[in-house]
Design a protein around this ligand. Structure first.
Ligand code: MN
Ligand code: ZN
Length: 403
């Protein structure tokens, strides 16, 4: 995907598809009004007839017939005084999802020329590129039949109100593209089934990332190395499986050597059966997602590399399976972590904290400025907060607020 920034009137910009907004009151945005004039009042007629109502996320595809563009996507922005960051991104996602079903190879969005509180040209453009990447994301084609055809869209422009904002917008688009690339990697890794996405597969992906990006280095610790480090907690979780565990270290060296890094730790249980404390069968297939923390760390590191962040970032991923077998850890077993503390395992399904504590102890050697640990840690979180809200716990309120 090629991204670019434009300024000037929507009435003159040539594109396969112009994306303009409509508020719930039936008010066309500034850019939509310009385009409407060029199209002889075509958009206003659509609104007047009640064919477009401006409800948040509503998308109407209009054949432009003549004028600077072939089509217009009229996107509902909701209430004008409620139009903020969240609604902006939602509108973009809806627009691009609709756009992907058309034959348009190019599109220009004018949604960022509307007033949007607490944002600048950089940020609006970045959100646009993130939204395009997100809306065009497709799950890796594992199915053997009927592979979905890729969208025709090849380039995407973002309009800014002033010409001197184009540079900032271009930087935002470049960063948004990097973030979207990281997010796509996260989703790919999460979506892959556990028989494909094993700890060894994650290790191989880390090596692959390091090959692709000059700023990245990958280091893989095998079980012999984990034993030498005395990671008894992590080793107790992987004891029941045939798949070898890996501790994956991915480093993005973007800052000065010696500068304290941001350390990201991600839970990489590629399949969590619960171990001897076996889970109930319904929904157990979803336990392939117990490595989403790891996938998030991979995505964040990829994004850091793509964006060329002038920052040292270390990703640490303890990767293993949690399976029952004759060698598996049993309820009541006592193991010793790398930190030297002993742990009595009451329920082998509470394995996440065991692999993470050793990874966190290992993280100390990097003398981090900040450590962020990401995990699908416990069902208690869903019980407490429901299915949409994530929990953040921190010993630093400012950092938590920033995240
Ligand atoms: Mn578990
Ligand atoms: Zn788990």
């Amino acid at each position: 995907m090629r991204y670019y920034a434009v300024s000037g009137s929507a009435a003159r910009q040539r594109t396969d598809c112009a994306i303009v907004g409509l508020y719930e009151s039936g008010t066309l945005t500034g850019a939509a009004t310009q385009l409407d004039a060029a199209l002889g009042g075509r958009l206003a007629r659509f609104v007047k007839r009640g064919d477009a109502r401006g409800k948040a996320g509503e998308v109407t595809l209009i054949d432009a017939e003549r004028g600077p563009c072939e089509r217009v996507l009229l996107v509902g922005l909701g209430k004008k005084d409620g139009f903020g960051r969240k609604q902006y991104k939602k509108s973009l996602l809806a627009a691009v999802a609709a756009l992907a079903k058309t034959g348009a190879r190019d599109a220009v969005s004018y949604l960022a020329t509307e007033p949007l509180p607490e944002t600048d040209a950089y940020y609006r453009a970045r959100l646009a590129a993130e939204a395009v990447g997100s809306a065009l994301y497709r799950i890796p084609a594992i199915r053997s039949t009927r592979k979905p055809s890729p969208p025709a869209l090849r380039s995407f422009g973002v309009a800014v109100p002033e010409k001197d904002q184009k540079k900032d917008a271009e930087r935002g688009l470049e960063h948004g593209r990097g973030i979207a690339a990281g997010a796509a990697l996260t989703r790919d890794l999460a979506n892959l089934p556990a028989n494909v996405c094993t700890p060894s597969y994650l290790a191989q992906q880390a090596r692959e990332l390091a090959r692709q990006h000059a700023s990245l280095k990958a280091q893989i610790l095998d079980e012999a190395a984990l034993r030498r480090l005395k990671m008894g907690a992590l080793l107790s979780v992987t004891a029941g499986t045939e798949e070898p565990a890996k501790l994956i270290v991915l480093r993005h060296q973007g800052g000065p050597a010696g500068e304290a890094p941001v350390v990201l730790v991600g839970k990489g249980v590629t399949f969590d059966s619960g171990g001897i404390s076996l889970k109930q069968p319904p929904g157990m297939d979803e336990m392939k997602f117990d490595m989403t923390g790891a996938a998030s760390v991979f995505g964040a590191i990829k994004a850091a590399a793509e964006m060329g962040l002038k920052l040292n970032v270390v990703g640490i991923v303890p990767a293993c399976e949690n399976m029952p077998s004759g060698r598996a850890t049993k309820p009541g077993d006592i193991v010793r972590s790398m930190s030297g503390q002993t742990i009595e395992v009451i329920n082998t399904d509470a394995e996440g904290r065991l692999i993470l504590c050793d990874a966190l102890t290992y993280a100390r050697r990097f003398k981090p400025a900040v450590v962020v640990d990401v995990a699908t840690l416990t069902g208690a979180c869903v019980i407490a907060l429901g299915a949409h809200t994530s929990a953040v716990m921190s010993n630093d309120d400012d950092l938590a607020a920033e995240i």
